[in-house]
Ligand binder design. Structure first.
Ligand code: ADP
Length: 170
């Protein structure tokens, strides 16, 4: 059984075996949560991202996939970078968003991580409507077959927290 917990705050301040980054496919950093993770985690994370880019992901990390690096100065053993889909009004990309959660948990299992913290993937620059993103995220984690004991969704603001809370029983 995986326990789901909700926290409102900054994901770079939490402690977990693995912290998930809503990265972009370049793996070379960006804004939002990605920028915050690299800022607080320090340059070692970006160095490993660059090496991954050179060795395995020359064309970038595909949307819906996940890959781990060290966590630098963060209070975690690993950062798991995953690339969410950009929200589209014409194309249903829900399964790609769900895949970010599934693949991140699969990578976490491979590492032996037991606690994993997720941000609300794709809900910032990638514009996914928060309530729908919350439903997809919670469903994907609930349905995942994983040895991860605790998944924490770390929501940056009250609106995101409320959207995720509405997907969980009281
Ligand atoms: P994406 O490109 O996947 O949309 P963003 O980083 O732009 O990624 O946004 C994803 C979500 O992460 C948004 O809801 C945003 O408010 C939130 N966010 C931004 N910074 C942080 C942070 N430091 N901790 C947790 N969540 C954050």
């Amino acid at each position: 059984m995986t326990t789901i917990t909700l926290v409102q705050g900054d994901i770079t301040r939490v402690s977990a075996d693995a912290i998930v980054n809503a990265a972009n496919s370049s793996l070379l950093g960006g804004g939002g949560v990605d920028g915050a993770i690299h800022r607080r985690g320090g340059p070692a994370i970006l160095r490993e991202c660059r090496a991954l880019r050179a060795s395995r992901y020359g064309k970038g990390l595909p949307t819906g996939r996940a890959v781990a690096t060290i966590a630098g100065d963060l209070d975690a053993r690993w950062v798991i970078h995953t690339v969410g889909p950009v929200y589209s009004e014409t194309e249903d990309q829900s399964d790609l968003l769900a895949s970010c959660y599934r693949e991140s948990l699969r990578v976490a299992d491979g590492l032996g991580a037991r606690t994993v913290a997720f941000p609300a993937i794709s809900t910032g620059v990638f514009r996914w409507p928060m309530t729908d993103a919350a439903r997809i995220a919670v469903t994907a984690v609930r349905e995942a077959e994983t040895a991860v004991r605790e998944v924490g969704f770390v929501l940056f603001d009250e609106r995101a927290y409320a959207a995720f809370a509405s997907q969980l029983p009281d």
